[in-house]
Design a binder for this molecule. Structure first.
Ligand SMILES: N[C@@H](CCC(=O)N[C@@H](CS)C(=O)NCC(=O)O)C(=O)O
Length: 204
């Protein structure tokens, strides 16, 4: 398997984390997403239906959209997808995440790191982020992971950008259950911090 990613992509981080935690043999290729799309390698352009990272090439087929890739891998290995009766709960989190946590937190982080936004935009995003953190914290006060059976791709998906909470200027101190959960995810064998997991491999 080959994963295309970039060190600033929490979307790519989700997929790399699953590959690492599941110990799935794979290669990782860093893509310069600061280049215009037409200037990226031909192999990447051919594999990436949406022009974005992450893309996973698996058995000659390319898979795009981070949560779709997580579902593909979890189904393939029959791990990290919860119990069969939890499938709809798993889907709920995987559909909640792109519209909520993955809207608020990455855009806040991007604004503080790269493209400044007016105060009203920052306030809007921060309010959404706080609501999302509260949702997660309340849920995680009831059980260790998002699904009652244990650690799944829902946790990987919802947590990926939260490992960069500081860069989004979000204070996680009030959210003790959420902090405990992030800590438990970090304890999964194979887990790596985002910049380490997604760095450009040294040229040989
Ligand atoms: N919905 C996509 C979002 C992917 C995405 O936004 N990728 C960004 C990096 S985080 C990207 O490739 N940006 C460069 C580009 O669009 O050319 C997913 O879940 O995979």
């Amino acid at each position: 398997m080959l994963l295309y990613g970039h060190h600033d992509s929490g979307h790519a981080y989700k997929v790399r984390l699953l590959l690492l935690i599941a110990e799935l043999p794979h290669q990782y290729e860093w893509v310069d997403i600061n280049l215009p799309r037409h200037a990226r390698t031909e192999a990447f352009q051919n594999a990436s239906a949406f022009g974005e990272v992450p893309v996973l090439v698996d058995e000659g087929r390319s898979w795009c959209q981070s949560n779709a890739i997580l579902i593909h891998l979890a189904q393939k290995i029959q791990r990290f997808c919860g119990e069969p009766q939890e499938w709809s709960r798993l889907m709920e989190w995987l559909f909640w995440e792109p519209n909520r946590i993955n809207f608020s937190v990455p855009n806040l982080r991007f604004a503080y790191r790269y493209v400044p936004q007016p105060p009203e935009v920052l306030a809007y995003l921060a309010a959404r982020a706080q609501a999302d953190l509260k949702t997660l914290d309340a849920h995680l006060s009831q059980q260790p992971f998002l699904l009652s059976s244990g650690f799944t791709i829902a946790d990987i998906s919802c947590a990926s950008y939260l490992f960069w909470a500081e860069e989004a200027r979000l204070n996680l101190t009030p959210y003790s259950h959420l902090r405990r959960w992030l800590h438990d995810i970090q304890k999964q064998p194979g887990w790596l911090p985002a910049y380490e997991a997604l760095s450009r491999p040294a040229k040989s």
